[in-house]
Write a protein that binds this ligand. Structure first.
Ligand SMILES: [Zn+2]
Length: 406
């Protein structure tokens, strides 16, 4: 496989997380005896453009046509995207004649947030279940992948866009050059293309390697993003770190001739990345060693608990939990069940590891001694709503960034 940004064929493999099932392919009871499709999950580094990427790309139709991840189920995200729509509307002086387009709009959370700001907005979402939910909730949504065809449809329906957002989808796109051509077709001369994507520098600094799964084909730094946008005749004029998904970066890009002036944040972040060696292959090799060390600590911890005859349950079954569980070989011997707030997942089993997912009341009924927080980026939220359990002696294991028990 060649580099997604610069087509280099000599990519350096630095971390293997094994052969894994798709992180969102939860199983029903009937499917437990079927063979599960599994694919290599390995990270590579491109020494030319500095992009970190998967060695193997699963076909998007297998991953995104039916999707479990619903933004609006998480309070943190509702606040995050409401705030994002407010700040973009204010800073870019959007009004009732402005258009915001959201790529990979999920259940329409950001589309609705822009509408609430009095801005016209439309979403594009490949998952049929989510696009249907969005349209029912008043967020106009085209059910498709972002392609030339769907970009043309938006042009026909709404005209050119002032703002195009792509939150947590940029890493999902295999042909990012094609997506950028479609963005350029759709964007006004002084428009802004704002992407929010998991940040490779955070992964290095906070050990968030469970964000690696087949849906995320690329792991960006500002260095690699700048190399990408340069190839597309676009430029980044602002960059900021945001705290979603264990650490993300929000990057503002514009057409080369636009009036947007470059903010000092771009230079600052580039400097930071160089200071942590995000442009060097040996940094990633050292990271891989730490990841393997983390696996050992967590599996040792769970084995000791089991040897003492204590019971462990899991909290949250986000896609990232699949990476962690499969990579560490944690199954039903270590974790009896996982509780999950998203009702679409309750009653199903985790991909590869086949741990049953239950309604949150199960922890009150079964009273596990330990709870492994798999949705550990929400650990603060989870710990604050479970104080009564902790008062009764249940211990919580937070696996990342550093294993701790509370
Ligand atoms: Zn490259």
């Amino acid at each position: 496989m060649n580099c997604r940004i610069c087509n280099n064929s000599n990519l350096k493999k630095f971390l293997s997380l094994g052969v894994q099932p798709l992180a969102n392919s939860f199983l029903s009871k009937d499917q437990l005896n079927d063979s599960e499709p599994k694919f290599p999950l390995e990270l590579c580094f491109c020494e030319h453009c500095k992009l970190v990427q998967l060695s193997y790309a699963v076909e998007p139709e297998k991953m995104f046509r039916n999707y479990f991840y619903v933004s609006s189920t998480t309070k943190t995200f509702v606040q995050h995207f409401t705030g994002m729509a407010e700040s973009i509307t204010r800073e870019f002086h959007l009004g009732k004649n402005s258009l915001a387009v959201d790529i990979g709009s999920n259940d329409g959370l950001l589309v609705r947030a822009f509408k609430n700001q009095g801005v016209m907005a439309i979403g594009i979402e490949p998952a049929e279940n989510l696009a249907r939910m969005a349209n029912q909730e008043g967020a106009e949504t085209i059910n498709d992948f972002f392609s030339e065809k769907s970009a043309e449809e938006i042009l026909r329906r709404k005209g050119k866009a002032d703002i195009i957002t792509a939150n947590n989808v940029f890493a999902h796109i295999n042909d990012i050059h094609e997506a950028a051509r479609n963005v350029k077709m759709l964007l006004k001369d002084n428009g802004a293309y704002i992407i929010e994507v998991q940040y490779m520098a955070d992964m290095l600094e906070k050990m968030t390697f469970d964000n690696v799964y087949h849906e995320h084909l690329s792991y960006y730094t500002l260095i690699s993003l700048r190399n990408f946008f340069e190839k597309q005749g676009m430029r980044i004029f602002r960059a900021e770190r945001v705290d979603t998904h264990g650490g993300s970066i929000r990057v503002y890009a514009a057409l080369q001739g636009s009036a947007h002036r470059e903010d000092p944040s771009v230079e600052e972040l580039l400097r930071h990345e160089k200071s942590i060696g995000a442009d060097k292959c040996e940094t990633y090799t050292a990271f891989a060693d730490k990841v393997n060390g983390t696996k050992k600590k967590l599996t040792d911890c769970l084995r000791e608990i089991r040897e003492k005859g204590k019971k462990t349950a899991g909290y949250g079954a986000p896609a990232k939990s699949s990476t962690l569980l499969n990579f560490c070989g944690i199954g039903r011997d270590e974790i009896e069940f996982i509780i999950e707030d998203n009702p679409m997942k309750v009653g199903l089993f985790t991909p590869g590891t086949h741990i049953p997912i239950k309604n949150p009341v199960a922890i009150e009924e079964q009273k596990p001694d330990y709870i492994l927080i798999l949705a550990w980026n929400f650990a603060t939220e989870i710990l604050s709503k479970t104080t009564s359990l902790r008062d009764k002696g249940t211990k919580f294991i937070i696996p990342l960034p550093n294993l701790r028990i509370e």
